[in-house]
Design a binder for this molecule. Structure first.
Ligand code: BT5
Length: 252
């Protein structure tokens, strides 16, 4: 039996990145459950050295230190269970029905409302996964150039969200999903739930950029470690572990 996740909060007015602070704290020995929250980030991080725009009080920016009791091959599922927890909280609080774009975007329609960045590393006290979550609360989170691609709770739910209520609801859902992941058969059960709510799981026509490889195909489920399976024109199945996947419309 693993211990339930009990978050302890460390709050900042302004910080470079909640993920970086969580990594610093974990290297200094922070226990599982330490949660860094900031009102703004001056160097919010996305995947692949991209940035996450994090203006003051316009989004929820948090990172949580996890020390999962899991085989290393299923650690990538932490990203998927994080997206499920965000979807659960948004449905519960605002009645929002969301999609999950593989691997880490929670979207309303085609627009990104939340990005997730899980970073894994070693510390003296064992392996750590820092799970970072950025959710756009207000329209003010987004500059004009992102308006076509992204959204906020204010736009999607037509309500100004209470950041603290969202934080508390999200932490509760995260604790539940994290428990689910660590149960016996937790990995297949998280994969099943993810597959049930993501339009990207099956039959999505996608364009994939994975390192130097670029191809198009149709999605056909996830591998045990959460990698996306994409069938290309000759029937071959490509397995995407890292990269960008975007939906493209059929030419028919
Ligand atoms: C992500 O990367 O989506 C992961 C974002 C994780 C952010 C959280 S905030 C708390 C924690 N601390 C951190 O430093 N990070 C985490 P990726 O899939 O690479 O998407 C990044 C791309 O999304 C950028 O290149 C922009 O195009 C777009 N983007 C940037 N800021 C955005 C925003 N606020 N809302 C929607 N899209 C945004």
């Amino acid at each position: 039996m693993t211990e339930p996740l009990k978050p302890t909060m460390l709050r900042f007015d302004s910080i470079d990145s909640t993920n970086l602070e969580a990594m610093r704290q974990a290297r200094a020995g922070a226990q599982e459950g330490l949660c860094i929250v900031a009102r703004e980030q001056t160097a919010g991080r996305g995947r692949l050295d991209r940035s996450w725009l994090s203006p003051r009080d316009a989004g929820l920016y948090l990172s949580i230190v996890l020390r999962p009791q899991l085989k290393l091959n299923v650690w990538p599922l932490v990203t998927l269970m994080g997206a499920l927890a965000v979807s659960d909280a948004l449905r519960h609080l605002y009645g929002l029905s969301t999609d999950i774009k593989w691997p880490n975007d929670v979207c309303v329609g085609d627009r990104k409302l939340c990005g997730i960045l899980a970073e894994t590393f070693e510390t003296e006290a064992g392996s750590v996964c820092v799970l970072g979550i950025g959710i756009n609360l207000l329209k003010a989170a987004l500059p004009p150039e992102l308006e076509a691609l992204a959204t906020s709770i204010e736009s999607a739910a037509q309500a100004v969200p209470d950041a603290e209520a969202l934080l508390q609801a999200l932490l509760r859902r995260l604790a539940l999903r994290y428990e689910q992941l660590q149960e016996t058969d937790g990995a297949p059960s998280v994969l099943r739930d993810w597959t049930a709510v993501s339009s990207y799981a099956f039959g999505k026509i996608v364009h994939v950029v994975a390192g130097a490889e670029v191809f198009a195909g149709v999605t056909c489920g996830l591998e045990d470690d959460g990698a996306l399976r994409v069938e290309i024109a000759n029937g071959e199945i490509k397995v995407v572990r890292a990269g960008d996947v975007r939906s493209v419309r059929s030419k028919r």
